[in-house]
Write a protein that binds this ligand. Structure first.
Ligand code: PEP
Ligand code: MG
Length: 588
């Protein structure tokens, strides 16, 4: 039988991308286009009806904006919320509204065309302003246009799709991926996005094979076209030949068989050949994943991405709702423990506001947004505390970059504890509070930060992005997103050594831990605990059981001396060959 390499070498019908979630799928394309505003300039017959539609859309938009403005004021303070006030003022501007109505009457064109045109003029005026503040506001009002047009079309976001299809899209937000996955989606293919974009992570969590960063799949593929998606090697084959279909059918069958073997590994501990046990924990992104965690053989949940709740529920759950969810999770995983990460909002994840930050990854994200919104943060902390009665819940803080953030959080936690005590609500008084090390600042200060907290968890997805100054979701610079960069290795080593110096546990929960190629290296660098997607736990166990800790340590030491990524990769490859370790990809 031919190898993957041979198949791809001769294939002229291939689209290359980044393998984002493993699996092989054969099926039909569904081109998922997000509402791009193709404005219709068509003539209208009924002017009164058009005017009525416009008024209704305007009222609906105002209602939506008022709600957003109220939340924004409460959570962001008056100054920042001001942008929504400005948007509301535009919607109340009698000159603008009168102009739109007059033009509908005179020109008898679709209201959406007139709205678009009038608001664009408004925008243009602001762009031409000499004040930079006004120029910035001009971008903000793009949203007003979109909002009214969407309401004119009485449209909601469409996420219902019939049949078993392969979604091909320009890009997907985590919410898109999550909502779409409620249908019978077989696979995701996107033009943009990288391996650690949150949409890719969600695909892996949901076990939906995905290829991202294809640049032009949406242009090359058409609706209902037959394709093969290979989430192991990152290719899409369109109109596959009989030989290709037979090849991938075979691989698919083998995968099913392999899964059975993996199921048998579930109850066995992850121990190296020379007896070192490695703690394998699970990352949970979607609440429903807990069932897989239970059967995966994980020793608990090392990262519960609580912000996913906001996408799943399409709103911010209140304290009661959160307490119920966390308590259920904690009791399902008992006696193992769950590490709940406080809402990591911002970046490419759930947005609290319609406010577009110029650099969201460097902006109001994680702990920053939580400390700016103490009410939101307090509700979550109280809910986590309430779920901790059985002493198997830990709280983890995302995006920490200063010790002040740790101190301020501790103060909030202390206050919540006092409140709960006076309300006679039980909780774990000694609940462990740890931090994610995912910002270079935290890596530099790892010793001090470890000293100030109960544990560290290295978030390589962000750490690599911030160390290398490369957007984790941008396929154009994905070459620079190097997990085997000496910079990354030395930083991980420093964090692990620092934590050990002050006697605090350290784990690693970024996607790097799930890369089977990185596993001996990370263990060799001194990590004794890894948190990975539950589906990769059997793969990880298989690898860990096939080398010795002492050998991995020697290999890691060699790697930390290297200056080039390729030298490190070569050293690891040699280690795999010497120890005859078979990687995930090579198994199939
Ligand atoms: C990380 O940054 O490595 C991490 C685990 O957090 P997230 O991927 O959710 O940003
Ligand atoms: Mg992160």
């Amino acid at each position: 039988m031919k190898s993957f390499k041979e198949i791809y070498k001769s294939a002229e019908n291939k689209i290359a991308g980044i393998a984002a979630a493993p699996g092989i799928v054969i099926g039909e394309v569904y081109l998922f286009t997000k509402e791009k505003l193709e404005i219709s300039k068509a003539d209208i017959k009924d002017v009164d009806e058009a005017k009525r539609n416009f008024q209704e859309a305007l009222e609906k938009s105002k209602k939506e904006l008022k709600k957003i403005f109220a939340i924004a004021k409460e959570r962001m303070g008056n100054t920042r919320a001001g942008i929504f006030e400005a948007q509301l003022m535009i919607l109340d501007d009698p000159v603008l509204i009168d102009n739109i109505i007059k033009r509908i009457e005179e020109e008898k064109k679709q209201p959406e065309y007139i709205v678009d045109d009038e608001i664009s003029k408004y925008q243009q005026m602001m762009f031409l302003s000499h004040e930079s503040y006004m120029k910035e506001r001009a971008n903000d009002i793009e949203d007003i246009k979109n909002r009214i047009v969407r309401n004119l079309r009485k449209k909601r976001w469409q996420s219902r799709i019939k049949g078993e299809v392969i979604i091909v899209s320009d890009s997907l937000t985590p919410a898109d991926a999550l909502l779409l996955s409620r249908n019978n989606i077989k696979s995701f293919v996107t033009d943009h996005g990288g391996l650690t974009s949150h949409a890719a992570i969600i695909s892996r969590s949901l076990n939906i094979p995905a290829v991202v960063g294809t640049h032009n799949a949406t242009l090359k593929l058409r609706d209902r076209q037959m394709v093969i998606v290979d989430g192991f090697y990152g290719y899409v084959l369109f109109d596959p030949t009989e030989e290709q279909i037979a090849f991938f059918d075979e691989k698919h069958k083998h995968l099913v068989q392999l899964q059975r073997e993996f199921d048998e590994l579930a109850d066995k501990p992850a121990v190296t050949k020379d007896g070192k046990e490695i703690e394998l924990l699970a990352n949970v992104d979607v609440t429903g994943e807990i069932d897989i965690v239970k059967t995966s053989g994980a020793k608990g949940i090392g990262l519960y991405r609580s912000e996913q709740l906001l996408d799943e529920m399409d709103t911010i759950p209140n304290e009661e709702e959160q307490a119920l969810i966390y308590t259920r999770l904690a009791s399902r995983i008992y006696p193992d423990s769950i590490t709940i990460r406080a809402f990591d909002i911002g970046g490419d994840k759930f947005k609290l506001f319609d406010y577009d930050e110029p650099n969201p990854f460097l902006g109001l994200r994680g702990i920053r947004i939580l400390l700016e919104n103490p009410e939101l943060f307090k509700e979550q902390v109280r809910a986590v505390l309430r779920s901790s009665v059985n002493k198997n819940v830990k709280l983890m803080l995302p995006m920490i970059s200063t010790i002040d953030e740790i101190n301020r959080t501790k103060e909030i936690i202390e206050n919540c504890k006092k409140e709960l005590t006076s309300e006679q609500i039980p909780f774990d008084k000694d609940i462990e509070v740890g931090i994610m090390v995912e910002v270079p600042a935290a890596a530099v200060m790892a010793k001090e930060f470890a000293d100030a907290t109960d544990f560290l968890s290295i978030g390589t997805n962000d750490l690599i992005q911030y160390l290398m100054a490369v957007d984790r979701g941008n396929d154009l610079v994905s070459d620079l997103y190097q997990e085997f960069s000496p910079v990354v290795l030395r930083t991980i080593k420093k964090i692990v050594d620092d934590a050990k110096l002050v006697g605090k546990p350290v784990s690693l929960c970024g996607e790097m831990a799930a890369d089977t190629l990185a596993m001996p290296l990370l263990i060799g660098l001194g990590l004794e605990s890894l948190s990975i997607s539950p589906r990769t736990i059997p793969y990880a166990k298989r690898i860990i059981m096939s080398f010795s800790h002492a050998d991995a340590k020697a290999m890691a030491e060699k790697c930390t001396m290297c200056c080039y990524e390729y030298e490190i990769e070569k050293t690891i490859q040699e280690f795999f060959e010497e120890n005859q370790i078979i990687r995930t990809r090579n198994i199939i």
